[in-house]
Design a protein around this ligand. Structure first.
Ligand code: ARG
Length: 602
């Protein structure tokens, strides 16, 4: 590996086996390379069987065990290889060399948790020049103004933020966009209502602190008063024509909502740039012109629609009354992100219910020719519904949708109760308690979301997420503070740790549990790489849990600080203390990627 990046163990093995297979069977170029983490062994290469099948089918009969032998004979020499064994019908079991493991642990201690080298996951050569960082445009959160920011938006916020954090950490240039629903018919209603009820809105602050009820009132009038409805539509037309008076009223309503959203973002430590639907008004006009000139729109019952290959439902680009739709706005987002932002990778974090919409937009962009000549990667990062403990859509006790603010507040209350229960000796100062309260509450909410495969629905349960047993943030935070306390108890400072890491021999072979922990620690670079490629954060959570339990296993048996029974003298086992330090550092980096603030004491 190079000195700027951490070593990817699995990927290194894959490339070594690939070289061996290519060399051993030069005339069969497309042979499979299968290397996976093993159960009884560190890694296992399972290529022999499918290769033997392929060769046999091609008339070159050969046994899998024979193939396995040939592969191993052709493996390049590499410091990563410890023991290599054959098992079963051609499995190749690889143990990685203890000396190699030690070197990686030493690197972690001396250089920190370097990111793996993964920028080549997207190919941005040509469009931006070779040395620029590849650019990712990520669309997440995206609540709608005047409407409720609900748990679906919370999922998008948490998942999107953590993907963005991972991308930033490995070195992408990341543009985080909040595609706020800040345009369209509902604003006609709001503005018309505001003008009726509070004509002095331009000089005085209007009483729309509770924008949601204000929205509900206006909706009621819209549905019941024909002339109000008419005025609301007129307002929409004027808004889209940027009438200054109407724009002023529109800004007022947006600002009220934004304060609500900003509270949530501040609490959860989310950085995001507002760029709502309104931003695309003039661009939507251009998109329609362009699609029309390219003959891609079809007139159907007064609507202008765009048909796409292999998709039954066309996109609605212009409605009968001439207005634009959600489809139009997303055709504008994708064009803007491709052509103006020059994104190398576009990510939309939106609930799976909108999968067809997203597929259609991606297909639409291709049909329109916007991806032509570009090597761009485009992902819809979907996610399932948040359910209550009854397995139905999450609702408040009174049966309404839950306000996010109330949800965070309940989290804070529950976390305080938990902390008081675990900190019976009152070791924490009041300031520490307050910090811990937030950290634990928000960590639990985020982790519960991120640790589940985002593609499935998940059950929101405070009891479950605050449980200190099992794969929860509460468990991991607690494990982390415990590890950190080891160094403190031993009284070793950072400078001493670094110097020691530099000097001592790190022979983990003496104790099986040490070697096992060390091997687990150095997996992180492979995990980050895989998680980034699949955009599935639960893989990272599973790794954290595995690391924490492997650590517990080690710590229960391996003393870091030993007292001599006879002389009473205290002896520090630096090798083990350094393993604790490496574990904590890796965990800390994982927390950071998830947007969780771990505590040093708890
Ligand atoms: N505001 C939309 C909603 O609440 C989500 C927008 C997501 N982003 C996008 N580019 N369509 O469902």
């Amino acid at each position: 590996g190079d000195s700027q990046h951490s070593y990817r163990v699995l990927d290194t093995l894959i490339s070594l086996f690939e070289q061996a297979i290519r060399k051993a069977f030069p005339e069969d170029v497309t042979l499979p390379v299968l290397v996976v983490p093993g159960r009884q062994t560190d890694y296992q290469c399972n290529s022999a069987m499918p290769i033997a099948q392929k060769l046999t089918a091609a008339g070159k009969k050969i046994a899998p065990t024979e193939v396995a032998k040939i592969i191993v004979e052709n493996l390049p020499k590499h410091e990563i290889f410890g023991d290599i064994q054959f098992s079963g019908p051609g499995f190749i079991n690889v143990t990685i060399a203890a000396a190699f493991v030690s070197e990686q642990i030493r690197n972690i201690l001396l250089k920190g948790i370097l990111p793996p080298n993964v920028l080549n996951i997207v190919d941005n050569h040509g469009s931006q020049g070779e040395h620029k960082k590849p650019k990712v445009v990520i669309d997440f959160s995206a609540p709608n103004i005047a409407k409720e920011m609900h748990v679906g938006h919370l999922r998008s916020t948490i998942i999107g933020d953590s993907i963005a954090r991972l991308l930033e950490y490995v070195g992408f240039d990341v543009l985080r966009l909040n595609h706020l629903g800040d345009w369209g018919t509902q604003f006609g209603m709001l503005i018309a209502h505001l003008r009726d009820k509070f004509p002095e809105y331009k000089t005085k602050s209007p009483p729309i602190g509770d924008l949601l009820s204000f929205y509900k009132e206006s909706k009621k009038r819209f549905d019941n008063e024909p002339d109000f409805k008419q005025r609301a539509y007129e307002c929409v037309v004027k808004l889209q024509a940027f009438d200054p008076d109407i724009i002023h009223a529109w800004k007022l309503t947006c600002d009220v909502s934004r304060q609500d959203f900003e509270y949530i973002y501040k609490e959860l430590d989310i950085k995001i740039i507002d760029r709502g639907e309104s931003f695309y008004q003039s661009r939507m006009i251009d998109v329609v012109k362009e699609l029309e000139s390219k003959n891609l729109l079809k007139l159907e019952e007064g609507r202008k629609v765009m048909y796409l290959p292999d998709i039954d439902v066309p996109l609605t680009i212009v409605k009968t009354d001439g207005s634009f739709t959600y489809d139009t706005s997303d055709m504008a987002t994708i064009k803007q992100r491709l052509e103006e932002e020059n994104g190398d990778w576009l990510i939309y974090v939106i609930d799976s219910g909108q999968a067809l919409h997203m597929q259609s937009i991606f297909a639409g962009a291709r049909v329109a020719g916007w991806t032509k000549g570009k090597n761009v990667r485009i992902d819809h990062v979907g996610f399932g519904v948040v359910l209550g403990e009854d397995g139905k859509k999450l609702k408040s006790r009174s049966g309404e949708t839950i306000r996010l603010r109330d949800l965070l507040d309940e989290g804070l209350g529950r976390s305080m109760a938990k902390l008081k229960e675990t900190d019976r000796q009152n070791v924490l100062t009041p300031e520490e308690i307050e910090k811990a309260q937030k950290s634990v509450a928000y960590a639990c909410i985020k982790y519960a979301d991120l640790s589940h495969n985002r593609n499935s629905d998940y059950i929101f349960s405070f009891d479950r997420m605050l449980d200190i047993r099992g794969n929860t943030a509460a468990y991991l935070l607690y494990a982390y503070t415990r590890i950190r306390s080891i160094g403190r108890t031993a009284g070793v400072d950072q400078a001493t740790l670094k110097a020691t890491a530099h000097d001592i021999e790190l022979n983990f072979e003496i104790e099986e549990r040490e070697l096992k922990l060390a091997k687990c620690i150095i997996k992180y670079a492979d995990i980050f790489t895989r998680v980034l490629d699949e955009l599935l954060m639960h893989g990272l959570c599973e790794f954290m849990y595995q690391l924490a339990t492997t650590f517990t296993d080690f710590y229960d048996r391996c003393y870091c600080v030993e007292k001599d029974k006879v002389t009473g003298e205290v002896r520090l086992n630096y090798r083990r203390i350094l393993l604790c330090e490496a574990t904590a550092n890796v965990l800390k980096q994982c927390f950071e990627i998830l947007g969780i603030q771990p505590l040093e004491r708890m």
